[in-house]
Ligand binder design. Structure first.
Ligand code: KG4
Ligand code: ZN
Length: 381
């Protein structure tokens, strides 16, 4: 790691035109065509991207480490961190080449500083700091959840405030996005995250991690009404979620169906997938409807809903959400699927949003395993 750090430093120092760069940094806030390099390494995707302030994604490379984790049935933090060390510097070079740019033209390094698996977060953050220091450009420490929260502003003409349904492998949140860095949590899960529920149920029915896309695929051939799985908290006021009871109900069904030790038939797998997916979507729709009411109490004249995070790439969720938002006079506006799952373009974009307001961070900025969105406001002042 130390060796790699110094190789990186040397590599980028020779390429950077330091004096020229200093002048560029001074001019930064007058320019409308900033380029920011984004780095993401908080889970099992190693990613780098170059994005401009004109909302052009010049490069966006995501390397999945899935093959390394499959034998263990989930992401192993130590394996993930080592893989980021192996992959990151060549991935960054590749993203600069693909973007047809060089560090001399990059105005800032935006890097995920948490929340996430802390080993991976450190790898990305130290790399980002090394590049920013050697090229003499600002470092912008990005909260990964803020990356998801702002991703729709990269691809759509969307202004603050808006309501966000954030659905990832580690988080299920309804958030009032008031302004950059100003987030009010309206609802959250009281147990499992929705992506985690997809992954656990997938494992029960024999699918490898990550389970969400496989369940979505199997559900296409299944009957969503065959199993009447519970819809926790549905119809109750408030905007919180719960998924552990649903997961337990699926486990019982799987045990009953395979009580004579026979493997599940493909019909059973498809029907469980479809019924589980339907239950999850019903819960998400119900909780989001309550959140719309809450949101409109404070913002009666705005009605934009964003769904973001890996689970937001589920087409049935997107279609169902579109239906209820239309009914309620809301406009749904979500990033394209490739920007829903983890990527560095959303990190670079969050960096552009912050840098445009003159916000950057010191090289002492710590990596954080936990970092709630609601704690971000202090970073702006
Ligand atoms: O946002 P993300 O890429 O990483 C985190 O920050 O957690 O989300 C990953 C999660 C995984 O749990 C994965 O199973 C789930 O998103 N996911 C899906 C789909 N694609 C990914 N869940 C349901 N349907 C999908 N199509
Ligand atoms: Zn994520």
């Amino acid at each position: 790691m130390t060796y790699k750090f110094f190789v990186l430093l040397l590599h980028y120092q020779t390429g950077a035109k330091a004096d020229e760069k200093k002048n560029q940094v001074r001019l930064l806030f007058k320019r409308s065509d900033m380029q920011v390099l984004g780095i993401e390494s908080s889970c099992d995707e190693t990613a780098a991207a170059v994005v401009t302030s004109n909302k052009e994604i010049l490069s966006n490379i995501v390397l999945s480490q899935l093959d390394n984790h499959v034998p263990f049935g989930g992401v192993v933090p130590e394996i993930a961190a080592r893989a980021h060390v192996e992959l990151l510097d060549s991935l960054i070079s590749e993203s600069l080449i693909k973007a047809n740019t060089s560090l001399a033209d990059i105005d800032g390094i935006a890097v995920t500083a948490g929340p996430g698996l802390i080993g991976g977060v450190f790898v990305g953050l130290v790399t980002g700091k090394a590049i920013a220091a050697s090229a003499n450009i600002p470092l912008i420490a990005i909260n990964h959840l803020e990356g998801h929260a702002l991703s729709a502003r990269l691809t759509n003409n969307l202004s603050f405030p808006y309501l966000l349904l954030l659905v990832t492998g580690g988080h299920t949140q309804l958030v009032e996005v008031k302004d950059l860095g100003d987030y009010k949590l309206i609802g959250t899960t009281i147990d499992d995250a929705v992506g985690e529920a997809f992954d656990k149920v997938a494992r029960l029915i024999g699918f490898q991690y990550p389970g969400g896309p496989k369940i979505e695929e199997a559900a296409k051939n299944g009957d969503p009404h065959r199993f009447n799985f519970p819809r926790p908290l549905i119809g109750r006021s408030g905007c919180d979620f719960s998924f552990s009871g649903l997961k337990t109900a699926v486990r019982r069904t799987v045990e009953e169906l395979s009580s004579n030790n026979s493997p599940l038939s493909s019909d059973n797998i498809n029907d469980i997938s479809a019924s589980f997916q339907k239950a999850v979507i019903d819960v998400l729709l119900d909780r989001t409807s309550y959140a719309m009411i809450e949101f409109n109490k404070r913002h009666p004249h705005t009605s934009n809903l964003i769904i973001a995070g890996g689970v937001a790439s589920n087409k049935m969720l997107r279609d169902s959400m579109e239906k209820i938002t239309n009914e309620k006079g809301y406009l749904i506006c979500s990033p394209p699927i490739e920007l829903c799952t983890d990527n560095a373009a959303m990190i670079a974009w969050a960096g552009i949003e912050r840098l445009s307001l003159g916000i950057s961070n010191s090289f002492k900025f710590p990596g954080r395993a936990q970092w709630p969105l609601s704690e971000l406001k202090g970073d702006l002042v």
